[in-house]
Design a protein around this ligand. Structure first.
Ligand SMILES: Cc1cc2nc3c(=O)[nH]c(=O)nc-3n(C[C@H](O)[C@H](O)[C@H](O)COP(=O)(O)OP(=O)(O)OC[C@H]3O[C@@H](n4cnc5c(N)ncnc54)[C@H](O)[C@@H]3O)c2cc1C
Length: 290
């Protein structure tokens, strides 16, 4: 299909971009890397009259960190995250950036675009969810912070208003006991059939806190509260990982599509959870034995 005509707007500052979104109401869409939006426009699934380029807006392009938190600008690309040194402290993020899409896509695709496009199979949400992420939105009315777990409302739907921009995402900077396990149909350009991220904290030989989040197996990526409950105060061992993995499928609501059936996705979710937990624990113990 041919992309319908649109006007390309290039604000130089955040207030200018927000003013444009306000003025054009829902007719204007922010454009980051374009790896989702332009594909949807080509397929005729979206026909924005105006594209507001975010390319020149410096507030969206930095990575900052304190001792506890890392804050990534919405316009930072997957490749920039991979090169940032952040992944050394957060192995789930390293798993993600190595496996997402292809190098060409990673060089353009942004973390903010991945969250705002809100695909049910997106790779960033599960990893950010197990790292307690908060997102920072801004409109002409001001800033608001939202826990990522409250952001997604359905496939390609979020609580973000049409006059708002995602500025940045904050999450735990150092989280060694983490992993992201993704099953796809091939090695490159690999949209997940199911993806599972997990994180764990252990105190005196018992699990103090454990999180599991799943993508591509429900209308939105989601944190599995039942996994955390099953894990609490248990010993970190294979029997516990299996028990946690078993509760996950019952919390999911996958669809059948060209990548996998409902039954296959539920099976993979259980397998991926067990493997992700084993991997995260090996990293955790490796880190603490060292
Ligand atoms: C070949 C190919 C392979 C892919 N593989 C994967 C994969 O393995 N895993 C995966 O998760 N995704 C994959 N994708 C999807 C896509 O690359 C990612 O979702 C990417 O992160 C989107 O970022 P972007 O900067 O290109 O967003 P854009 O396409 O520019 O924007 C996406 C949406 O977000 C909105 N938006 C962007 N930035 C902001 C902001 N700051 N504030 C408010 N709204 C904003 C836009 O208006 C648009 O609605 C793939 C895509 C292609 C084409």
């Amino acid at each position: 299909m041919v992309i319908q005509p649109f006007e390309y707007l290039t604000p130089k500052t955040l207030p200018e971009a927000l003013a444009l979104l306000e003025e054009k109401k829902g007719a204007a869409h922010p454009l980051a890397g374009g790896t989702d939006l332009l594909v949807l426009m080509k397929l005729g699934k979206m026909e924005p009259k105006f594209l507001v380029s975010l390319r020149n807006i410096s507030e969206l392009n930095s990575i900052k960190s304190t001792t506890q938190l890392c804050t990534i600008g919405a316009g930072v690309t997957v490749s920039e995250i991979a090169d940032s040194g952040l992944c050394a402290h957060n192995p789930a993020m390293a798993d993600l950036v190595q496996q997402m899409a292809t190098l060409q896509i990673r060089n353009r695709a942004t973390i903010g675009g991945n969250l705002c496009t809100a695909a049910a199979c997106a790779d960033f949400p599960p990893v950010l969810l197990v790292n307690d992420a908060t997102i920072h939105l801004v409109s002409k009315e001001g800033f608001r912070d939202v826990e990522l777990k409250h952001f997604f409302t359905g496939p390609r739907q979020t609580i973000k208003k049409t006059n708002e921009l995602l500025v940045s995402i904050s999450f735990r900077k150092s989280n060694i006991g983490t992993a992201y396990m993704k099953f796809g149909m091939r090695k490159a350009g690999n949209i997940p059939i199911v993806g599972v991220a997990c994180s764990m904290d252990i105190e005196q030989g018992r699990i103090r806190d454990l999180k599991v989040a799943v993508t591509a197996a429900s209308p939105t990526p989601m944190l599995i509260a039942e996994a955390a409950q099953t894990a609490l105060s248990q010993k970190p061992n294979d029997a516990t990982w299996e028990a946690i993995a078993k509760v996950v499928p019952d919390c999911l609501a996958p669809i059948s599509d060209l990548r996998g059936s409902v039954e296959y996705r539920l099976h993979l979710a259980q397998v991926a959870t067990r493997r992700a937990l084993q991997k995260a624990y090996a990293r955790y113990t490796g880190a603490f034995d060292a």
